[in-house]
Ligand binder design. Sequence first.
Ligand code: HEC
Ligand code: HEC
Ligand code: HEC
Ligand code: HEC
Ligand code: HEC
Ligand code: HEC
Length: 350
Amino acid sequence: MKNYLFLIFAFSLAIMMGLTSCEGKDGSIGPEGPAGPTGQTGEGTQNCVLCHGSSQLIAAKQFQWEHSVHATGGHYERNQTSCAGCHTSQGFLERIETMSDQGVTAADIEDPLPQNCYTCHQIHRTYTAADWAFTQEDPVTLWEGGQTVDLGKANLCISCHQSRVVSPALPDPSTGGLVNIQTTRYGPHHGPQGVMLPGLNGYEVAGPQPYENSAHTLLLANNTSKACIVCHMGTAQATESGGHTFRVISEGGDINTDACVACHPVAADVEALVEDRQAQIEEKIAELEQLLADRGLYDIAKGQNSKGDYTGHEAGALYNLKFVEEDKSRGVHNFKYAYALLTNSIAALQ
Ligand code: HEC
Ligand code: HEC
Ligand code: HEC
Ligand code: HEC
Ligand code: HEC
Ligand code: HEC
């Protein structure tokens, strides 16, 4: 409530400043006003009304966003140089401007903000509808693996939702080798969805399952499909899912099947498909966790690996486990690839 009052206050103040700067001759107060007929007091503010008027344009999106994990997750406190490029709004804008190596910011970000309207849209740059353009739409060269991926509008998402560089690196699965792991959080970090959807960079050890991709890769991982946005920003179901909540599944567990209907016309069918595939992935995850635990490499309760020497296949199996777990869709993004990584890792450890 306090926030709203403040915003209303700030907004009225800015409108007044807008008025002044539009009628003034030198334009020295506030940001340069929008282009508009000159000489008549207040004409310029018509551009403000384009977005801030009585329409729901902004209000509905704000309300949805407030219920998204981007707003509520709380991890924007990760404002250190190596984290802020994905975890804070300011850090992200700095890194896409400077294109710094691995997204490291020059300094810790003060007063960090989570991903918000300004992170993704070019708000208040022209004061026209062009401000809705994204801040980042270029194809993304993945930090881990180095391939360039082009998901069109969803390049925005995968600028952050990609693996971080794993250290130490994994050996080539066909040659093997020892890996000395000195962290209990070995793996691709928490948001590798942009790598899972196109089916890249798992530890592809040979085994019973071929490395293939699911239909979603072909249909939804290309530069005309909108990729992530199709499923995660489907028709908004109030603040439960869809739109700027960025959720496919509500906190109560309901799938926003409106986002799937173009390809899966029967809601009950796609719900059953998700349940079936997620159950298969969960079973494989449990099996692989147990195998790693049996070797003293994994603490199932803590979800952490142990430090020390691993064979290449052990480290690769651990990486694959983390990759599929951290993707969090449990097979929806790219079932065949996730299933093959787990199944072949299990076979390699047996
Ligand atoms: C293209 C759409 C658009 C136009 C045009 C626009 N704004 Fe905004 N404005 C936004 C958005 C989006 C936000 C961020 C809302 C949020 O953070 O929830 C915002 C936020 C604000 C805020 C809140 C403080 C801040 O900076 O975050 C003020 C004040 C404001 N705008 C004033 C103006 C004024 C004055 C004009 C006209 C000169 C204007 N805006 C034109 C979209 C627009
Ligand atoms: C600036 C980096 C950045 C961008 C751009 C970004 N995200 Fe995120 N996203 C994050 C971070 C960081 C989190 C975790 C936030 C937290 O926990 O505080 C997150 C959380 C999420 C979540 C919730 C995850 C969960 O565990 O519940 C979803 C879903 C999501 N993002 C989807 C998207 C989509 C879709 C896009 C593109 C339209 C996108 N994100 C763009 C960084 C980003
Ligand atoms: C390449 C972008 C990127 C970088 C760099 C990054 N993160 Fe993240 N991080 C994410 C995304 C995206 C998520 C949300 C993933 C999700 O929920 O699926 C996330 C989630 C997290 C979470 C929440 C995990 C969970 O499961 O709830 C923590 C904690 C975290 N990051 C810590 C860090 C720390 C510490 C650093 C710096 C050492 C860092 N991150 C650097 C993208 C990044
Ligand atoms: C994580 C990135 C992200 C954030 C944060 C975000 N948006 Fe968006 N926004 C998008 C994407 C992606 C689309 C395009 C969706 C599509 O194409 O279906 C979009 C579309 C829009 C549109 C429609 C634009 C048009 O061209 O008609 C509006 C309006 C909008 N967003 C407002 C907001 C407001 C207001 C906020 C802050 C409360 C916000 N967005 C925060 C990613 C974001
Ligand atoms: C085919 C539809 C689809 C596409 C395309 C898609 N997702 Fe998902 N995503 C899902 C579903 C369904 C879940 C699982 C939700 C659950 O079970 O909790 C999910 C889970 C997630 C999660 C974990 C948090 C959550 O909401 O459960 C994140 C983060 C995420 N996806 C980001 C992305 C990103 C980034 C992309 C683009 C690279 C993407 N997704 C593409 C459907 C999709
Ligand atoms: C652009 C079209 C498209 C969209 C959008 C789409 N899917 Fe799919 N999906 C397919 C196709 C094609 C298949 C493969 C045929 C089948 O198994 O029915 C598939 C397969 C699946 C599978 C099984 C994966 C496998 O390889 O066995 C799941 C689970 C799934 N979709 C869930 C979803 C969910 C949930 C959504 C919406 C949030 C969604 N899909 C949106 C096209 C799409």
